[in-house]
Design a protein around this ligand. Structure first.
Ligand SMILES: *[C@@H]1O[C@H](CO)[C@@H](O)[C@H](O)[C@H]1NC(C)=O
Ligand SMILES: *[C@@H]1O[C@H](CO)[C@@H](O)[C@H](O)[C@H]1NC(C)=O
Ligand SMILES: *[C@@H]1O[C@H](CO)[C@@H](O)[C@H](O)[C@H]1NC(C)=O
Ligand SMILES: *[C@@H]1O[C@H](CO)[C@@H](O)[C@H](O)[C@H]1NC(C)=O
Ligand SMILES: *[C@@H]1O[C@H](CO)[C@@H](O)[C@H](O)[C@H]1NC(C)=O
Ligand SMILES: *[C@@H]1O[C@H](CO)[C@@H](O)[C@H](O)[C@H]1NC(C)=O
Length: 446
């Protein structure tokens, strides 16, 4: 008798969940093998509770690794209380996306393509806080901390964030959050979830439809409650994180192989000449020597070539590793050139969404229409260093009108392997550099 009552409450829960799942999301979740099977079993009223128990025993097999088990039990505690000893969860396992990029490679733009999706919890460079924590007042990484240790801290935080444990940020955020709330979360306003309910009651779809979140979120949403942020994260099917702070894709191997994660890496690359031109504009203080070079056409002796050189080295090392398709990256690595996204945003965004296994929602389509060349009367123009809202095709190419030929030629030599591998053509004269009818992007499918 008690058993059949429990069964009924379970069925009830199952039916409610079925109803709540939106058709698109539901289609994606159909792939989720045994949980789907169970859901259907559960929904058919004729099935005996004992049959389910048997099924459970045969299906709980994979839940052996301690961590995975812990995690799963934790997530399912809600269902446990509803269904007593039931272990059934309607939630499909959370998926994880890393937008793996380098500074000024178009990652804000690409990140927005993910951020717009209602099923994705997106964070813009949370590793910023780790780097800050290990940097002294003169902006240098503390000597006591080597590269390996910093990478370890990065991976550690990524793992916790992917599991929606946003409290782990508190060790790094300055000033230290009080009562789990903070005003210092880096680029909070770049994350739709952190500007909408339950995290921010002022936000949400349709709250201020004509203004980008960046323009009002920090002002209207108040302090960020990390407990609520974690809750919001737990309610989404995918967690996407953008970072420019991990040098090589090989540095991510332990995360990719971690059984607690289902990680896919979107490796975003861009023409290094464009990256350099963009950095010169965005960080003009750091690039004074380069700007003198650009203005005079003569290379100052003290110009620092090492940063762009290591950017190119890392880019080529990661792309080579990824394109060799090693077993550990099987189905988990996608190389995307920013130029392809900018020139053909809808098509490329579709590919990206296929890779992560989600449907491209209307919101994503709309965002693309409003922010790319597919609609030149884009209403959202505002002057902001990290602005993503502008005509993508023009932005992707405009560096060619801004960068001195001498600098372009130097970068071509420093980065010749990168250019060759990623399909960026060299230019042989200033005229060729400025001639935008001559495309520097070769047609390549990786
Ligand atoms: C910061 O760290 C760098 C490298 O470890 C060191 O050379 C510099 O003196 C430090 N500066 C301050 C203000 O602590
Ligand atoms: C943050 O949100 C949690 C969960 O709703 C709540 O219990 C807590 O009181 C909030 N913290 C503050 C400081 O408002
Ligand atoms: C361009 O955007 C505006 C405002 O969002 C919209 O009204 C218009 O229909 C769009 N035009 C095209 C060609 O998509
Ligand atoms: C480089 O110099 C040109 C003028 O020769 C200028 O128009 C452009 O803005 C400069 N580029 C950068 C990145 O400073
Ligand atoms: C890059 O430049 C070096 C030296 O100029 C040359 O030996 C090498 O073949 C070039 N590599 C590619 C891929 O063009
Ligand atoms: C610009 O490039 C196009 C395509 O390669 C070429 O046909 C044209 O002659 C070039 N224009 C100039 C001014 O060099």
């Amino acid at each position: 008798m008690t058993k059949s009552i429990r069964m009924d409450s379970c069925v009830c829960v199952c039916l409610i969940s079925l109803k709540d799942v939106k058709p698109k999301v539901w289609r994606n979740r159909m792939e989720c093998s045994w949980k789907t099977v169970l859901l259907l079993v559960c929904a058919s009223l004729g099935v005996q509770y004992t049959a389910i128990r048997t099924l459970r025993d045969s299906l709980s097999g994979p839940c052996q690794s301690g961590f995975q088990c812990q995690n799963r039990h934790h997530r399912e505690s809600n269902w446990k209380t509803l269904c007593d000893e039931s272990w059934i969860s309607m939630e499909s396992p959370r998926k994880h996306i890393l937008l793996f990029a380098t500074t000024r490679s178009g990652s804000s733009f690409t990140g927005q393509l993910l951020n717009q999706h209602p099923e994705i919890f997106y964070m813009f460079e949370p590793l910023y806080h780790v780097q800050q924590a290990f940097t002294n007042s003169s902006g240098r990484i503390r000597r006591t901390l080597d590269r390996r240790a910093l990478l370890g801290a990065y991976r550690d935080l990524l793992l916790n964030l992917y599991n929606c444990e946003l409290h782990f940020m508190e060790s790094y955020i300055r000033p230290e959050p009080q009562d789990h709330v903070t005003n210092s979360f880096f680029r909070r306003s770049s994350s739709h979830a952190l500007c909408s309910p339950p995290v921010c009651l002022e936000g949400g779809y349709g709250a201020t439809p004509d203004l980008p979140e960046e323009s009002w979120c920090n002002k209207n949403c108040g302090m960020l409650n990390l407990t609520l942020a974690s809750k919001s994260c737990l309610s989404k099917g995918q967690v996407a994180i953008k970072t420019v702070r991990i040098p090589e894709v090989g540095d991510l191997r332990t995360l990719v192989e971690d059984p607690r994660l289902d990680l896919k890496i979107i490796h975003l690359v861009r023409d290094p000449r464009a990256i350099l031109a963009s950095r010169m504009t965005a960080f003009s203080d750091q690039f004074r020597a380069w700007k003198i070079w650009n203005a005079t056409g003569r290379q100052p002796r003290y110009v620092d070539l090492s940063q762009i050189t290591s950017t190119c080295k890392d880019m080529v090392a990661s792309a080579e590793e990824g394109l060799q398709r090693p077993t550990w990256l099987q189905g988990r690595y996608l190389l995307v050139r920013y130029e392809d996204l900018a020139i053909n945003p809808k098509h490329k965004a579709n590919e990206l969404y296929q890779f992560i296994g989600l449907e491209m929602e209307d919101r994503v389509q709309t965002w693309i229409e409003r922010n790319t060349n597919s609609n030149l009367s884009a209403p959202f123009e505002w002057n902001y260093k990290y602005s993503t809202t502008r005509d993508s095709r023009t932005t992707a190419e405009s560096w060619r009108l801004r960068l001195g030929y001498d600098i372009a030629r130097t970068v071509q030599n420093l980065c010749n392997k990168t250019l060759a591998l990623l399909g960026y053509k060299r230019v042989h004269s200033a005229a060729q550099l400025r001639n935008l009818s001559y495309s520097l992007v070769e047609h390549i499918t990786f």
